[in-house]
Design a protein around this ligand. Structure first.
Ligand code: SF4
Ligand code: SF4
Length: 131
């Protein structure tokens, strides 16, 4: 059986932290990030977050998430949101092979010979492990 590392290995290129928006964060994630930074949740919201259509997202600054560091690493890695921890093994892949092809085109971490079925297996394993 092909291993996760053979199918996907993050290259830490930072591409997924760039763009015009970031992921939304839950109240629990908000509390964890504020705690990690040693600030109040209200200050976190004011300084680092933006409200969009009823959801709280991390701000974008300089074309990337506000928590993307100058060293190319996530500044809140131990408490980064679930959607960041899970990326690029997104559950939407399971319903739509074209979704995986689009993600693969943007993420150099996938082995170029990775098969759709193998990637789906990884997505399911990730879901089962709760991470
Ligand atoms: S785009 Fe892919 S390889 Fe690059 S940092 Fe994100 S997950 Fe890792
Ligand atoms: S929280 Fe970290 S991993 Fe998530 S988008 Fe921001 S910099 Fe990237």
């Amino acid at each position: 059986m092909t291993t996760t590392q053979e199918i996907f290995r993050c290259k830490c290129c930072g591409h997924c932290c760039h763009g015009e928006s970031t992921v939304s964060i839950t109240p629990g994630e908000r509390a964890a990030i504020a705690d990690f930074l040693g600030i109040s949740q209200s200050l976190l919201l004011e300084r680092y977050c933006v409200e969009k259509k009823g959801r709280t997202e991390m701000k974008v600054t300089g074309g990337h998430c506000i928590f993307y560091g100058d060293d190319g690493l996530c500044m809140i890695h131990p408490v980064k949101p679930f959607q960041c921890r899970r990326w690029p093994l997104h559950p939407g892949i399971l319903d739509d092979e074209s979704a995986w092809r689009a993600i693969k085109a943007d993420c150099p971490g996938f082995d170029e010979n990775a098969e759709y079925e193998e990637v789906c297996r990884l997505v399911r394993e990730k879901a089962d492990s709760g991470c």
